[in-house]
Structure formats: C-alpha cells, structure tokens
Design a protein around this ligand. Structure first.
Ligand SMILES: Cc1ncc(COP(=O)(O)O)c(C=O)c1O
Length: 391
C-alpha cells in the first residue's frame, strides 16, 4: 500500500490539510499542479483573450487526447472531450441504431441516468431493456448474461463501478461475451477511471465513458469518451455542430472521421487541458499503485467500521473498491453526514436514485458513502471511525 510518496502527494493536495475528504466518488480534491495550471489558463483567458489563449496553448489542449489514450490503451483519435460522463455516454448510446424488438442488456447496479436513457429509447423505438440478475456476490451474473444473449441483442451496457457501493463489476468477463457474440459493449467507467487500471483492449469494450472530477482529480465540468476506431465512422452522433461536421456546400456536410465528431465547438478549454494534466499526474503515480492503495484503505475502513457495532456495511462484490457504503443503526444518512461535516469531514449520501434497481431489490434506505482516494491516510480512517463512535 506504500509504493506511493504520500508526503509529496499530500503536500500537493492543499485541501487535505484542513479536511478529511472522503467524497472522492463525488469529486476529489485537485492536486496543486492541476489546480494551479487551471487557474493560470483561466487568468490567461482573462488577460489575453479566450481564442488567443486556446491558440497559444493548442499543444496543451491536444495533450488531453494523448493522455486519455495512454490512460485507456487507446489511440488519441479514439478519444473525445465531453463535458461530463453522462453526456459522453449519451453521445454513443443515442447514436446506436435500435428498433422494435431489439434488446439492451444491463445490470441491476446500473447508474440512474443510464437507466432513464434506456427507458427513454425503449419508449421511442420499441426496443426492450433486460436487466441481468446478480450473482451471489452482487456482481452481474456473467453466466446469466451469456444465457440471455440472442440474435436480437443489440447492446451490452454496464456500470463498471456503480455509484452507490464498493462493487466492481467483472468488466473483462462481460467483454469476452460481447466479443464472442459480436455485440457492441458500452462501459460506464465513471467511477473506475483514475481508481484502477483500465485497458480497453483487454476489457474488450467498444465504448467507454468517464468523468474528470472524480478519481482522475480533474476539474468539474469535464469528461472523456472512448470510441473504438472501427465504430467511429459507423456511428452518427445524435447532435452535430460545425466542429463535429464540416459544411461542404449549403446543402451537405461531412462528419469528422475521428472521435471528435462526438464533441462540440464551444467548451471548457481550460478544463480540457487541465484534465489532460490530471491524467498525466495519475499516470505518473501509476494506476496499479493507486488501485492498491485505494482498495487497501477502503478495506481498512470497512474493518474499522465493522468493529464499532453501530454500522451495517452494505458493499457488495468479490473485489471491493474505494467506495464504502453503510448505515448507522441509530442516525439517518443525512444526520450522519451533517454531524461529520461539522467536524470537517466530507462524505456523501447515496440516495438510491443513482442505483435504483439495486437499492430497491435490497430494500435499502439512503446510505452514507465514504469514498477514499490514495491521498487519504490510515490516520484519517481512524479519526473518521472515532468520530462515528463518539456520536
Ligand atoms: C457510475 C456512474 N456513472 C455516471 C455518472 C455520471 O457522471 P457525470 O456526473 O460526470 O455525468 C456517475 C456519477 O456519479 C456515476 O457514479
């Protein structure tokens, strides 16, 4: 758990001197090299003009694509900058052709906005949504998935790390089935990007969406989309502007040949370049050491919480990640969150809307979610648990 230079990393995380920040699954604290870079970019926009700054910093803006590609083991031309993970995901999902009778396969732990989009398109097109049951560990049951696939299956789409618990879905095993039956595979990696290594070649996904502000430690309002090369030209984005496509005459246009066809012209330029920096920062530390530390700290937190006798842990999965969810036996999640906030501890509440099918199936009320990052410490975990004990 200690191949990371924690002293340096904490010095480069200004917020952690005043706070115990266990809301990394909401938005993590930006590191100094990313935050200062972002402020510098914005100041240059103020002093020199937005278009002029973008032109002068073109290489830094392009770095987002090379860094994103390196993070995912993809090509820069397969990466798009989108304002958040949901829109990145939507740009692919709404581009995929669906007809009456087609089937979309997903998980019980699917993210709320994705579920809404499935239901929306099912209503529009007559396609059907099938929710694959969980295995005994709460992960998507890969055998049930394979048994459900048929010639009408047009999409497999899952959340890798769901929003409201410690579960890590078996993305690679799902990818093997998608590959075997040649079904497009969309992976929501919003919570896993920056928390664990992601290799689109070995996972076997055709599309992947991620956000900047969570485990990647980038700014808010930034996201990333990966679209496999041989899919790019086959997918017509649901929205086009004169950046995504070019007007040839007044009557026809040509859509860009790379993943930038899923972008739009006006965007958060400073955020794009800063997200590139944040990805560089994560790559420099290494995604394997990051995963080891995050998963290790979360395991320690679960053990300590279990010892208190006032907490019920609710995390599922074989391999558990940095998101730790639980209920206090006497206090509601809201009460607990505000008492912790009063003591400079940030956590969040998983209300269930983000993971409705799963919470309903398990009859869960809103949960407290404490999500740790590699810059958190065992001391913070112990302090957190002792505050909970004192309530
Ligand atoms: C699993 C999962 N998918 C998607 C999202 C949406 O991300 P964004 O808010 O960047 O659109 C979240 C956000 O919490 C999430 O946890």
């Amino acid at each position: 758990m200690d191949s990371i230079d924690l002293n340096k990393i904490r010095l480069e995380t200004r917020g952690c001197s005043d706070l115990i920040h266990f809301n990394n699954a909401g938005a993590s604290l930006m590191p100094v090299p990313v935050a200062d870079y972002l402020y510098g970019f914005l100041q240059e926009e103020e002093l020199k003009g937005g278009y002029e700054t973008a032109a002068a910093r073109n290489e830094e803006l392009e770095n987002f694509y090379t860094a994103g590609a390196q993070l995912l083991n993809a090509k820069p031309s397969e990466i798009a900058f989108v304002e958040n993970a949901t829109r990145a995901w939507d740009m692919v999902f709404y581009a995929l052709p669906l007809e009456r009778g087609d089937k979309i396969l997903t998980t019980v732990s699917e993210y709320g906005s994705n579920l809404i989009a499935y239901l929306h398109r099912a209503k529009q097109t007559g396609a059907k949504l099938l929710v694959i049951p969980n295995d005994k560990y709460g992960q998507i049951d890969v055998e049930a998935l394979e048994a459900t696939v048929d010639e009408n299956t047009k999409l497999i789409s899952i959340s890798h790390i769901p929003t409201g618990g410690g579960l890590v879905n078996p993305a690679k095993e799902v990818g093997e089935i998608a590959k075997k039956y040649k079904i497009p595979y969309l992976l929501d990696a919003c919570q896993s990007a920056g928390q664990m290594p992601l290799d689109v070649q070995s996972i076997g996904c055709d599309f992947l969406s991620a956000t900047g502000r969570k485990y990647l430690r980038g700014p808010r309002g930034t996201g990333l989309l990966y679209v496999k090369e041989d899919w790019i030209k086959r997918l017509e984005p649901p929205l086009l502007d004169q950046f995504a496509a070019e007007l040839i005459t007044g009557e026809n246009y040509e859509i860009r040949a790379d993943a930038k066809r899923f972008e739009n012209w006006e965007r958060y330029f400073a955020g794009q370049a800063a997200l590139g920096r944040a990805i560089d920062y994560a790559l420099k530390i290494g995604l394997e050491p990051i995963q080891e530390r995050v998963f290790g700290l979360a395991a320690y937190l679960r053990t300590k919480l279990e010892e208190t006798d006032v907490i019920n842990l609710t995390d599922e999965g074989v391999q558990k990640c940095g998101l730790v969810t639980f209920q206090h036996r006497k206090l509601s999640a809201q009460q607990l969150k505000s008492r912790l906030f009063d003591q400079n501890v940030n956590v969040s509440i998983s209300s269930g809307s983000g993971m409705k099918l799963s919470y309903e199936a398990r009859n869960l009320d809103p949960l407290l979610r404490a999500s740790v990052h590699y810059y958190n410490t065992t001391d913070e975990v112990e302090k957190f648990v002792s505050i909970i004990k004192s309530l």
